[in-house]
Write a protein that binds this ligand. Structure first.
Ligand code: TUI
Length: 331
């Protein structure tokens, strides 16, 4: 049931009808909460994806730049832990994306999300195999083009998010994508609590995707120093590097970003800048080098004050949103 159907007058709802958290997305995917865990490089591995799916959200393995055999292993590990639906995110800048796309089909993965590019060439094979295709977009044009190719839903991700970012905010992008397509839209970027989720629903989203909130979870394998860097961050502690290279990436401020931004302002070459971030996400996530590494995280980091279980995150975000959307904001 949609919380509000466009063009129809609002009617008084019964308590049963008021359960707004059942949307076209929860129904199509068979999940309890309309909440996705963003498919993050290094952090979106099987422990996190399985924990989120097991607790009723959509856990997503971030294939990122991992070798195909590692992605295969990750998929099999999630299946050992839970029978619930989970997804795989294909990062389209990865040269191995075609092989990963094939593994998704062979392993019978139910949902694929894509990021950092145009997934058009993979869509026919995924559709043929019955995989639900839900690409991340940073523009209305890309959303409209992908709807024509038959995608099942669209994730509209604003530039508040961590990692690879577009240039439009969630507040502006999400309602414009909602207006431009008929398929359900998932809001992402800057969402980490029930208020953010309720706001996304008010803009027309039928689910949300959160990344940073799930990094600061008990089940995420990210080094404790990475989680604490998020917990201690303030509202202005994230920056975007790489605006000049064509790969804008949001990370938390540290020694690396200071140097990067300085070099960038001096017109450093792509190669020189690349050297500064090479292996940086891995060293931050795995070794806890949050000074020199790449601490990808969103602008909402400043609001995250604790590390808790994925089950608690899902329940707390969902319940708060449900209350707010039912008029709970009055009290
Ligand atoms: O993909 C993400 N976030 C990511 S991917 C990533 S790994 C990485 N590492 C180093 C360099 C680059 C990436 C870290 N974070 N989010 C989804 C997302 N997709 N945000 C924006 C987009 C997007 C951007 C342009 C999607 C499509 C698009 O199309 C451009 C075109 O015309 O091809």
């Amino acid at each position: 049931m949609r919380w509000r159907q466009a063009g129809k007058p609002l009617k008084r709802l019964t308590n049963a009808e008021r359960r707004i958290m059942k949307t076209r997305v929860t129904e199509a995917l068979g999940i309890e909460y309309p909440i996705f865990q963003g498919g993050m490089a290094w952090i979106g591995e099987y422990h996190l994806a399985a924990a989120v799916s097991k607790a009723g959200g959509l856990g997503i393995i971030g294939a990122a730049s991992a070798p195909p055999e590692v992605v295969l292993e990750q998929i099999r590990e999630v299946k050992k832990i839970t029978d619930k639906p989970f997804g795989v995110n294909v990062m389209l800048l990865n040269p191995n994306a075609p092989e990963v796309a094939k593994i998704i089909i062979e392993e019978g993965v139910k949902v694929v999300t894509t990021g950092a590019g145009n997934p058009s060439k993979f869509i026919p094979a995924w559709k043929e195999a019955g995989v639900k295709v839900i690409p991340v977009v940073a523009s209305v044009a890309m959303a409209v083009m992908l709807e024509r190719l038959g995608v099942d839903a669209i994730i509209a991700e604003g530039m508040e998010s961590g990692g690879h970012v577009g240039s439009t905010t969630t507040m502006s992008l999400l309602p414009q994508v909602v207006d431009a397509v008929k398929v359900p839209v998932v809001g992402a970027g800057g969402i980490a609590d029930g208020r953010g989720m309720a706001a996304a629903f008010m803009l027309g989203a039928e689910a949300v995707q959160m990344g940073t909130r799930f990094v600061a979870s008990e089940e995420a394998i990210a080094h404790e120093a990475y989680k604490q860097k998020i917990v201690k961050a303030s509202d202005i502690d994230s920056v975007v590097t790489g605006n000049t290279t064509g790969h804008p990436i949001r990370t938390l401020r540290n020694k690396m970003t200071k140097k990067y931004l300085q070099l960038e302002s001096e017109g450093a070459s792509f190669e020189e800048l690349e050297q500064l971030t090479l292996g940086g996400l891995r060293s931050a996530v795995m070794d806890g080098d949050v000074m020199n590494g790449s601490v990808m995280a969103g602008q909402i980091s400043g609001m995250i004050k604790d590390v808790k279980s994925c089950a608690d995150i899902l329940k707390d975000v969902n319940d708060e949103a449900e209350k707010l959307l039912n008029g709970g904001w009055k009290k």
